[in-house]
Write a protein that binds this ligand. Structure first.
Ligand code: ADE
Ligand code: ZN
Length: 358
């Protein structure tokens, strides 16, 4: 394909930034702009140890990261705050080629502190709607259970969610699934089996963080005991060849976040050491995602560009990864086909521009 009239040549990082991309593993709280953290903290009387994000966002492990995550979450006090968060998260993603997101929110601490799920969901949905009107980027919600609060709190959240959906409460049509996140070590995934079973019966999709810090047996439990259709992270799967073969055969999607695994979980010292290319080579449906972009100073364009350079991937392999994101998304068949066609068509145009840059 040759470069069309008036098209500017672009470098590969710019092309990857512009490539339409879906994102399936991104915590809405992890998209909060540093300035918004400060403004909401001031508005809601939350004391921050610092107003400087380089000081505020310091962590050295998943659990110390989760303390920062909680501090950021604690600035969200009312429906308007949740709406602002959801709106800004999509606007910021759209600036880097995001075209669709399935975004998690983890309300356990807010519910324990007296907020109600109806307001949280209504606020988030309001923000997503406003962002969609402006950017044309649709997004749906995954109500995520916080493992640290235990199976009982998880079940209560899903029960309340199911009730709200049955009553047609505002915004609940945007909640398409449930998830499971937060601290992994020392928590038995089967504690959440009842919550996940209820979610499944109610027609909600299911995903769970497993194998970010835990061994492959936890990934298997995520699917076999919880009925998860996708696994978030799942990077320890490469330690179990049988499970890897099974996931490759069944094409169970893994929503992988390589930069997060370096910065947050310290699972690998450098991006170059990340198992992502081995996961792809083994035939796994491993997608690329940012996890907590604002708290790690990342965006989805950078996630793709850094993967290309750290793993020595080609442009065509990056396009295949973007298309696998579409494959793994909880879209209906028509929407999936349309989204896939959009990615392919944009990839062709961008590829012509890349050739011009060579
Ligand atoms: N919540 C936000 N980011 C997370 C991560 N990387 N792992 C587990 N829980 C999280
Ligand atoms: Zn995550």
């Amino acid at each position: 394909m040759s470069r069309g009239e008036g098209e500017q040549a672009v470098d590969v990082a710019t092309a990857l930034d512009r490539l339409p991309k879906v994102e399936l593993h991104c915590h809405v709280e992890g998209t909060m702009r540093p300035q918004t953290v400060v403004e909401l903290a001031d508005k809601n009387g939350v004391a921050l140890p610092s107003r400087d994000p380089t000081v505020l966002y310091r962590y050295s492990s998943l659990d110390t990261f989760l303390e920062v995550f909680w501090l950021v979450q604690s600035t969200l006090a009312d429906r308007g705050d949740w709406a602002r968060l959801a709106y800004e998260g999509i606007v910021d993603g759209a600036a880097h080629g995001l075209v669709y997101r399935e975004t998690a929110f983890t309300p356990a601490r807010h519910l324990a502190g007296g907020q109600n799920l109806a307001d949280i969901v209504a606020g988030l949905a309001e923000g997503l709607e406003a962002a969609e009107r402006e950017t044309r980027v649709p997004a749906v919600l995954i109500a995520s259970i916080d493992r640290a609060f235990g199976g009982g709190a998880g079940l209560e959240m899903v029960e309340r969610l199911v009730e709200l959906r049955r009553a047609g409460a505002a915004g609940t049509d945007r909640v398409v699934g449930v998830g499971l996140d937060s601290t992994e070590l020392g928590v038995d995934p089967t504690d959440f089996a009842a919550a996940f079973a209820l979610a499944g019966r109610a027609g909600l999709r299911r995903t769970s963080h497993q194998g970010e810090e835990t061994p492959p047996a936890f990934i298997a439990l995520g699917v076999d005991a919880l009925g998860s259709e996708r696994i978030d992270h799942g990077i320890s799967i490469v330690d179990d060849p049988d499970l890897t073969r099974r996931f490759a055969r069944e094409q169970v999607p893994l929503t992988v976040c390589p930069n997060s695994n370096v910065l947050i979980a310290n699972a690998v010292p450098r991006l170059e050491d990340h198992p992502f290319p081995r996961m792809r080579a083994a035939g796994l449906l491993a997608t690329l995602n940012t996890d907590d972009p604002a708290l790690t100073d990342l965006d989805l364009g950078y996630e793709y560009a850094s993967a290309l350079s750290a793993f020595g991937l080609s442009w065509d392999e990056m396009v295949a990864i973007a298309l696998d994101g579409v494959e793994a998304a909880w879209l209906d068949d028509d929407a999936r086909r349309a989204m896939g066609a959009r990615v392919r068509s944009a990839a062709d145009d961008l590829s012509a521009q890349l050739e011009g840059a060579r």
